[in-house]
Design a binder for this molecule. Sequence first.
Ligand code: FAD
Length: 401
Amino acid sequence: MSEQLHTSEVVIIGGGITGGTLAVALADAGVAVLVVERAQPKPFLSLGRDCRVSTLCLGVVQALEKLGAWPAEQAASVRAMQIWEGEAAGGMEMHAAELDAPALGAVIENRHLVAALRARAEALGARWLLDAPEALECGLDAARLRLASGACVQAQLVVGADGARSWLRRQLDVAWLGRSYRQGGITATVRLAEPHRGIAYQRFFPTGPLALLPLAGEEERLASIVWSASDGLAERLMRMDDAAFSQALAEALGPIAGGLVEVGARAAFPLARAVAAHWVRPRAALIGDAAHLVHPLAGLGANLGIRDALALADELSRAQALGEDLGAMEVLARYRDRRVADIGLALAGLEGLHQFFSLRWPGVSALRALGLSLFHNLVPVKVLAMRYAAGLATDLPLIWR
Ligand SMILES: Cc1cc2nc3c(=O)[nH]c(=O)nc-3n(C[C@H](O)[C@H](O)[C@H](O)COP(=O)(O)OP(=O)(O)OC[C@H]3O[C@@H](n4cnc5c(N)ncnc54)[C@H](O)[C@@H]3O)c2cc1C
């Protein structure tokens, strides 16, 4: 029996948030696309909600809305953010009204976003294979993948959207430069005593930040936590029984966000930072966590991956209109050059923030609190930073803005 051959202009390995976005944007622009997804890991549920959520900035939400891939009814709008120094009483607030915007962004459970992206991509004509690649050959005319099922895929370009442990990155022999933060990110859903009113909270401790993110539904009483803590503390927090963990969490949250009624099951993720030495190779490109991995402290990882996907789709659809080879280095280099500044700024900025908030020198905590309060009152600087944080100051392709 002859093996099955699928042909496409672009094949994407990985149908998560970034691969799904690329599939939608390419299909929307009329580029033939096929996704190879080895099967999404089952979501870990906490109080019935996916304990993996993403805070997406306004610019990214608007782009997904334009693409018809935003599950608005399952998302919670972030109308304000409060950032607190953990050990001293000082902090800052940001309100959507300061940007004349309806919201700073939104929080969505990853399972809902991934499902919405796949449904939209398939409605636009993208094909989705439940399979995994086993071998890659990048030739002069095309890239060829052999899949576990025995089927083969041939395309002008293969894109790795297959996460931090990217199979494609390893096949291309691209170095992964980074380090572990020696921190675990603990996530869980919590039920609040008071409605969250669309406010996202972040409290910084020298052991790592604690975020409380509003979730949709249940009269605004559910929120998701991301508690980044140095390894020893994270292990202790994970070993605690529910009552002890709830108490530790309530103490760490302090006066912010009213009180907690219930804390759901916890999951922990190791935290690291890394960047691939090359994002493009002849006939291959990396996007999202396959290309760069950041600390979740600013909720940027998925935002960066979605912006990669939109920039790559924009370059590929232009190249197609000009009759260029989609796997040619001239085309792929345009994607890489477009993404350098955004990714570089995020990697450097997050590393700076992580170092700054990890300092334990005497008095530094009060200085940090003072710094946050000063920043809060320096309105023009704050508004500029908010425009960046809301994704309104970054290069999103004009057609999806
Ligand atoms: C605790 C925590 C909280 C976070 N919070 C936020 C936040 O608030 N905001 C934000 O923007 N980011 C956040 N992030 C980061 C964000 O979750 C990631 O950046 C984002 O999920 C990366 O998406 P991706 O599609 O690139 O990779 P992944 O989510 O890893 O998806 C990869 C996909 O590829 C598939 N795959 C893998 N290998 C193969 C293979 N060999 N063959 C076929 N398929 C394959 C997988 O099944 C998966 O579907 C957080 C991260 C953590 C750890």
